[in-house]
Design a protein around this ligand. Structure first.
Ligand SMILES: *[C@@H]1O[C@H](CO)[C@@H](O)[C@H](O)[C@H]1NC(C)=O
Ligand SMILES: *[C@@H]1O[C@H](CO)[C@@H](O)[C@H](O)[C@H]1NC(C)=O
Length: 409
């Protein structure tokens, strides 16, 4: 029988066939990366996250109000970073780059000097990005970028810093946020965007979907290689169920970033946060809620605010009674167990806390709900759920992993 839905699917099928007569089903290509904890910086854990949240908002405001002169991008988190080793040039020099879904310029040269090879071409453009507490400026080049074997971009536009602040111990950023975040970073040529590595891998046919899969795992050591970026799809060996997608939010300013709508519930029925817009961010460590939701969480858990760490603290009895915290998108529900809500106890003293205490990874973003970027699902959330950033279909997905219910803290 004829109906609109079947006609539509037939059309889509026909278009797909016409567009790619030979479909190459390459397995998604992956890039391992490591988590690095800066123990001297951990005392500033919360302040770092809050500075980043403020900078994200400031960036969006500057953009909306047309203030093109100052582009304020998210600050990099100096405390807990996910670092990928990326090759630039031929032969390649390896640079340690922060994997950042909250910004989209890729650049090197903060610590290790850029080494020019025959694949390096300097453009006539300057590049400059101001992060919340840090910045870089320099020259834009095109060069060969090697993310992993089989994941080579012959001509990637990259920044080469001549000046940078706030990037001690790393060489720059691998920016995998939405491409629009690169607007206004080049001069001359202020209205153009710079294709991200994901865009280029797709445009050159290396990957068949503009999709990025991110796998983090919780650790209680200061450095470990336990993360993985997958370009072009999902690494099915890392997930235990299916990926549940939700569309990118329309709400500003969360829609400038990888933003979604989400609600949060404590236990079976206590609403902590009614549905609102926020972002998913690999550069934020904690999971941040609007002040009103944070107050509800504190009251539901009975936690006290610990002055030394800035985090919520529980007694062991309260921790034993801590209920699951469930994040719900239009795609599905994702539950942080009690263990997943706790900061790794092995790192308690690094954050100025006391060994044996229980501190919580949920904190306040510092502003009430209703401001358009109300929450951040940070690393502490992403270490429990595989995340998928899908540019083509404008959506974000989460899936459970072997770490979702693991007792690691
Ligand atoms: C570690 O944190 C300290 C204090 O915030 C900071 O000065 C230093 O640059 C950081 N080191 C790295 C490698 O990020
Ligand atoms: C998200 O929430 C906003 C505000 O309630 C709503 O307008 C929008 O339709 C929701 N969904 C998306 C995909 O933005």
């Amino acid at each position: 029988m004829f109906n609109a839905a079947s006609l539509l699917s037939a059309l889509v099928l026909a278009l797909n066939v016409a567009a790619s007569p030979v479909e190459i089903r390459a397995p998604p290509v992956t890039l391992p990366f490591s988590k690095r904890v800066n123990s001297t910086g951990l005392l500033n854990l919360l302040e770092n996250d809050l500075a980043r949240a403020r900078a994200l908002r400031a960036h969006a405001e500057a953009k909306t109000s047309g203030k093109r002169a100052v582009v304020s991008f998210p600050v990099t988190n100096e405390v807990v970073s996910y670092i990928a080793s990326v090759g630039v040039g031929s032969p390649a020099t390896q640079y340690d780059l922060i994997v950042d879904t909250g910004s989209s310029n890729t650049w090197v040269g903060a610590t290790k000097a850029y080494v020019r090879t025959s694949t390096s071409t300097q453009t006539n453009q300057r590049v400059s990005v101001t992060y919340g507490s840090g910045s870089f400026s320099g020259n834009e080049f095109t060069d060969q970028v090697t993310l992993a074997s089989g994941l080579v971009i012959p001509s990637q536009s990259i920044g080469v810093a001549t000046r940078s602040t706030g990037f001690e111990g790393v060489d720059g950023i691998l920016g995998v946020g939405p491409v629009d975040l690169t607007e206004d970073t080049l001069s001359p040529g202020t209205t153009t965007t710079i294709p991200t590595v994901t865009d280029n891998l797709f445009n050159q046919g290396t990957i068949t979907a503009r999709e990025l899969g991110v796998f983090f795992a919780p650790t209680n050591t200061e450095e470990s290689t336990n993360g993985e970026l997958t370009f072009g799809g999902v690494d099915n060996s890392k997930i235990t169920g299916t990926v549940a997608f939700t569309p990118l939010t329309n709400t500003s300013p969360a829609n400038e970033f990888w933003g979604i709508n989400e609600s949060i519930r404590y236990g079976t029925s206590t609403t902590i946060m009614p549905t609102t817009a926020g972002i998913v961010d690999t550069g934020t460590t904690l999971t941040l809620l609007p002040t009103d939701a944070f107050a509800r969480y504190q009251s539901a858990t009975g936690a006290v605010l610990d002055r030394n760490t800035g985090l919520l603290r529980l007694t062991t009895t309260q921790f034993a009674n801590l209920q699951p915290l469930t994040f719900t998108t239009s795609g599905g529900s994702f539950t942080l167990t009690a263990n997943a809500q706790a900061w790794p106890r092995a790192l308690n003293t690094d954050i100025g806390g006391t060994a044996g205490n229980v501190y919580l990874i949920v904190n306040s973003i510092g502003t009430p709900s209703g401001e358009g970027l109300d929450f951040i699902n940070g690393q502490t959330f992403l270490e429990r759920f595989y995340s998928v950033f899908d540019t083509t279909n404008r959506r974000i997905g989460f899936a459970t992993t072997a770490q979702t219910n693991a007792n690691t803290n």
